[in-house]
Design a protein around this ligand. Structure first.
Ligand code: ATR
Length: 277
């Protein structure tokens, strides 16, 4: 990047008005006194590729990609990292100086970094992880748990077939149990992760029975509206170590911000307040 150019970045999704990423990157740009701007862009499926190919010509150094474009963006890119390939979706595009579009997925990184910050004693290999849900977020979570050293993942999803699909991709470290059994496997877990949308404001309630949770289990939820979901509230009452989902969003942005703007940002209380408004 040359000195006289202002690096631009942003997030592409649809809808995009509620994205917290502009506040997050805006906060870091201000905190570190950097030149740059980060813009939310509402783009339809049919315009996605054209828009992405146009952005580098306008001074963009990269973009984040969110729902519903994460899978399509991976295929528009010229190159992809191993972790993006494994997850099958991109949340970050980097526009390289040679004109190539490079796709990455930092969701799994964000998930692990959040757990390490929120539960400093967390040991990924200490026992089984129970993963609730088998959508896109579960893919990133499972891939990163395996990479971090977890050897047993108990996966449960309302639609069992989707969980079986992930097992066939990730292999024998993943065991599938029926959704109705979700409450019964919690006592085997040292880590529990909700990757479903249950419990999110406006979504159906999270109703998995939680009496099997043991004290000391690390429990996290990717839902962060509300910040303290029913899962996290009950886990806290059961003596578990709880980590809310906002941190995953904040941490996943760190590698991209560093790449685009040249400074590795801190995720701290000020970052959280800036994003929570
Ligand atoms: P994401 O990519 O963000 O993970 P997704 O692919 O739509 O989103 O996945 C949402 C997850 O929430 C899925 O595991 C989904 O279960 P199904 O595969 O059976 O659809 C789960 N989910 C959504 N609504 C649910 C509900 N009412 N009860 C149980 N699980 C639900």
């Amino acid at each position: 990047m040359t000195d006289h150019k202002i690096p631009l970045a942003g997030v592409i999704g649809s809808p995009i008005a509620h994205s917290k990423s502009p506040a997050l990157h805006g906060h870091w740009l201000k905190t570190y006194g950097l030149k740059g701007a980060y813009i939310p862009m509402d783009v339809t499926d049919s315009n996605l590729e054209e828009v992405i190919r146009m952005l580098p010509k306008m001074g963009f150094v990269g973009v984040n990609i969110t729902i519903p474009h994460k899978v399509a963006a991976l295929w528009i890119a010229d190159q992809m990292t191993d972790r993006a390939t494994l997850i099958g979706a991109a949340n970050t595009l980097i526009f390289r100086r040679d004109g190539k579009i490079h796709a990455d997925n930092t969701d799994g990184y964000g998930f692990i970094a959040n757990l390490k910050q929120g539960a400093p004693g967390w040991q990924p290999a200490s026992g089984a992880a129970v993963v609730l849900g088998a959508g896109g977020a579960a893919r990133a979570v499972i891939a990163s748990l395996i990479e971090a050293g977890t050897t047993r993942i108990i996966l449960t999803n309302r639609t069992r077939l989707k969980a079986e699909g992930l097992k066939s991709e990730f292999g024998s470290k993943v065991e599938v149990v029926d959704w109705v059994q979700a409450g019964n496997v919690l006592e085997e877990a040292t880590t529990v992760i909700n990757t479903t949308s249950l419990g999110m404001t406006g979504a159906p309630e999270f109703r998995v029975p939680l009496d099997g949770l043991r004290p000391g289990t690390v429990v996290t939820d990717i839902v962060y509206t509300p910040l303290k979901t029913r899962l996290l509230q009950e886990a806290e009452q059961a003596g578990c170590i709880t980590v809310d989902g906002l941190g995953m969003l904040l941490h996943q942005a760190v590698p991209a911000f560093e790449r685009w703007f040249g400074v590795r940002p801190e995720v701290d209380v000020n970052t959280r307040s800036a994003v929570l408004g």
